[in-house]
Write a protein that binds this ligand. Structure first.
Ligand code: 4NP
Length: 159
Protein backbone atom coordinates (compact mmCIF):
# COMPACT_ATOMS: atom_id res chain seq x y z
CA UNK A 1 0.00 0.00 0.00
CA UNK A 2 1.33 3.43 -1.01
CA UNK A 3 0.31 6.12 1.48
CA UNK A 4 -0.25 9.76 0.49
CA UNK A 5 -1.06 12.78 2.65
CA UNK A 6 -2.07 16.09 1.06
CA UNK A 7 -1.28 19.12 3.21
CA UNK A 8 -2.57 22.73 3.17
CA UNK A 9 -2.91 25.31 5.95
CA UNK A 10 -6.34 24.70 7.50
CA UNK A 11 -7.21 21.23 6.13
CA UNK A 12 -10.69 22.47 5.31
CA UNK A 13 -10.39 23.61 1.67
CA UNK A 14 -7.48 22.60 -0.56
CA UNK A 15 -6.09 19.39 0.93
CA UNK A 16 -9.48 17.70 1.53
CA UNK A 17 -10.32 18.63 -2.09
CA UNK A 18 -7.10 17.02 -3.35
CA UNK A 19 -7.87 13.99 -1.18
CA UNK A 20 -11.37 13.60 -2.67
CA UNK A 21 -10.13 14.13 -6.24
CA UNK A 22 -7.31 11.61 -5.82
CA UNK A 23 -9.57 9.05 -4.22
CA UNK A 24 -12.03 9.29 -7.09
CA UNK A 25 -9.24 9.02 -9.66
CA UNK A 26 -7.85 5.93 -7.93
CA UNK A 27 -11.27 4.36 -7.80
CA UNK A 28 -11.86 5.06 -11.52
CA UNK A 29 -8.53 3.46 -12.32
CA UNK A 30 -9.11 0.40 -10.13
CA UNK A 31 -6.29 1.38 -7.77
CA UNK A 32 -8.26 2.11 -4.62
CA UNK A 33 -6.67 -0.85 -2.86
CA UNK A 34 -3.12 0.04 -3.91
CA UNK A 35 -3.00 3.64 -2.68
CA UNK A 36 -4.41 5.20 0.49
CA UNK A 37 -5.09 8.94 0.73
CA UNK A 38 -5.45 11.29 3.68
CA UNK A 39 -5.07 15.02 4.27
CA UNK A 40 -3.94 17.36 7.05
CA UNK A 41 -3.17 21.02 7.75
CA UNK A 42 -0.02 22.64 9.06
CA UNK A 43 -2.17 24.89 11.30
CA UNK A 44 -4.51 23.86 14.10
CA UNK A 45 -7.19 26.59 13.69
CA UNK A 46 -9.82 24.28 12.25
CA UNK A 47 -8.98 20.95 13.87
CA UNK A 48 -12.08 18.75 14.17
CA UNK A 49 -14.10 20.72 11.60
CA UNK A 50 -15.68 19.31 8.45
CA UNK A 51 -14.38 20.65 5.14
CA UNK A 52 -15.62 24.12 4.11
CA UNK A 53 -19.20 23.91 2.71
CA UNK A 54 -18.03 25.80 -0.39
CA UNK A 55 -15.40 23.11 -1.10
CA UNK A 56 -17.93 20.35 -0.50
CA UNK A 57 -20.52 21.97 -2.80
CA UNK A 58 -18.08 22.68 -5.64
CA UNK A 59 -16.79 19.10 -5.46
CA UNK A 60 -20.28 17.60 -5.25
CA UNK A 61 -21.19 19.36 -8.52
CA UNK A 62 -18.48 17.22 -10.15
CA UNK A 63 -19.38 14.05 -8.30
CA UNK A 64 -16.36 14.29 -6.01
CA UNK A 65 -16.90 13.59 -2.32
CA UNK A 66 -15.02 15.91 0.02
CA UNK A 67 -15.36 14.82 3.63
CA UNK A 68 -13.48 14.10 6.83
CA UNK A 69 -12.42 16.08 9.88
CA UNK A 70 -9.57 18.56 9.92
CA UNK A 71 -6.39 17.48 11.66
CA UNK A 72 -2.94 18.96 12.08
CA UNK A 73 0.10 17.36 10.45
CA UNK A 74 2.66 16.31 13.08
CA UNK A 75 6.33 15.35 12.71
CA UNK A 76 5.54 11.73 13.51
CA UNK A 77 3.17 11.62 10.51
CA UNK A 78 6.24 11.43 8.27
CA UNK A 79 6.54 7.81 9.42
CA UNK A 80 3.02 6.98 8.24
CA UNK A 81 3.23 8.35 4.69
CA UNK A 82 5.32 7.71 1.58
CA UNK A 83 4.32 10.99 -0.10
CA UNK A 84 3.57 14.24 1.73
CA UNK A 85 2.20 16.60 -0.91
CA UNK A 86 1.93 20.32 -0.12
CA UNK A 87 -0.53 22.72 -1.73
CA UNK A 88 1.75 25.77 -1.68
CA UNK A 89 5.31 26.85 -0.96
CA UNK A 90 4.51 28.31 2.44
CA UNK A 91 3.14 25.01 3.71
CA UNK A 92 5.97 23.12 2.01
CA UNK A 93 8.34 25.31 4.02
CA UNK A 94 6.52 24.51 7.28
CA UNK A 95 6.74 20.81 6.45
CA UNK A 96 10.45 21.10 5.67
CA UNK A 97 10.97 22.61 9.13
CA UNK A 98 8.95 19.82 10.71
CA UNK A 99 10.68 16.97 8.86
CA UNK A 100 12.89 15.11 11.37
CA UNK A 101 15.29 13.53 8.84
CA UNK A 102 16.55 13.61 5.27
CA UNK A 103 14.39 10.56 4.65
CA UNK A 104 11.34 12.57 5.73
CA UNK A 105 12.38 15.57 3.58
CA UNK A 106 12.57 13.27 0.57
CA UNK A 107 8.84 12.50 0.92
CA UNK A 108 7.90 16.14 0.29
CA UNK A 109 6.68 17.67 -2.94
CA UNK A 110 4.35 20.36 -4.26
CA UNK A 111 1.12 19.09 -5.84
CA UNK A 112 1.47 21.22 -8.96
CA UNK A 113 5.03 20.03 -9.55
CA UNK A 114 3.43 16.71 -10.53
CA UNK A 115 1.43 18.50 -13.26
CA UNK A 116 3.52 18.75 -16.44
CA UNK A 117 1.34 21.71 -17.51
CA UNK A 118 2.35 23.91 -14.54
CA UNK A 119 5.64 25.82 -14.23
CA UNK A 120 7.92 24.58 -11.39
CA UNK A 121 6.94 25.94 -7.98
CA UNK A 122 3.29 26.60 -8.93
CA UNK A 123 0.82 26.75 -6.03
CA UNK A 124 -2.79 25.84 -5.33
CA UNK A 125 -4.21 29.27 -4.41
CA UNK A 126 -5.95 29.58 -1.05
CA UNK A 127 -9.69 29.99 -1.82
CA UNK A 128 -10.77 30.69 1.79
CA UNK A 129 -11.23 34.48 1.60
CA UNK A 130 -12.32 34.59 -2.04
CA UNK A 131 -15.49 33.88 -4.04
CA UNK A 132 -17.10 30.71 -5.32
CA UNK A 133 -14.98 30.63 -8.47
CA UNK A 134 -11.85 30.02 -6.42
CA UNK A 135 -13.23 26.68 -5.27
CA UNK A 136 -13.79 25.54 -8.87
CA UNK A 137 -10.29 26.67 -9.72
CA UNK A 138 -8.90 24.61 -6.83
CA UNK A 139 -10.73 21.57 -8.21
CA UNK A 140 -9.32 22.08 -11.72
CA UNK A 141 -5.81 22.45 -10.31
CA UNK A 142 -6.20 19.41 -8.04
CA UNK A 143 -7.45 17.30 -10.94
CA UNK A 144 -4.41 18.15 -13.06
CA UNK A 145 -2.00 17.68 -10.15
CA UNK A 146 -3.53 14.39 -9.04
CA UNK A 147 -3.40 13.02 -12.60
CA UNK A 148 0.28 13.86 -12.69
CA UNK A 149 0.86 12.33 -9.28
CA UNK A 150 -0.90 9.16 -10.37
CA UNK A 151 1.28 8.98 -13.49
CA UNK A 152 4.33 9.28 -11.21
CA UNK A 153 3.04 6.50 -8.94
CA UNK A 154 2.41 4.26 -11.94
CA UNK A 155 5.91 4.86 -13.27
CA UNK A 156 7.69 4.54 -9.91
CA UNK A 157 5.76 1.64 -8.40
CA UNK A 158 4.76 -0.36 -11.44
CA UNK A 159 1.02 0.10 -10.83
P1 4NP B 1 -6.97 25.61 3.38
O1 4NP B 1 -7.70 27.04 3.45
O2 4NP B 1 -5.57 25.81 3.86
O3 4NP B 1 -7.04 25.30 1.91
O4 4NP B 1 -7.79 24.67 4.23
C1 4NP B 1 -7.68 27.85 4.58
C2 4NP B 1 -8.60 27.62 5.57
C3 4NP B 1 -8.62 28.44 6.68
C4 4NP B 1 -7.72 29.47 6.78
C5 4NP B 1 -6.79 29.69 5.79
C6 4NP B 1 -6.78 28.85 4.68
N1 4NP B 1 -7.75 30.31 7.89
O5 4NP B 1 -6.95 31.28 7.95
O6 4NP B 1 -8.56 30.10 8.81
Amino acid sequence: MIRICFVCLGNICRSPTAEGVMRRLLSEEGLANAVSVESAGTAAYHVGERPDPRSRAAAARRGVRVDGKARQFKARDFERFDYVVAMDRSNLGRLEELAPSAQAQAKLSLLRDHDPGSPPGSEVPDPYYGGERGFDEVLDICEAGCRGLLAHLRASHGL
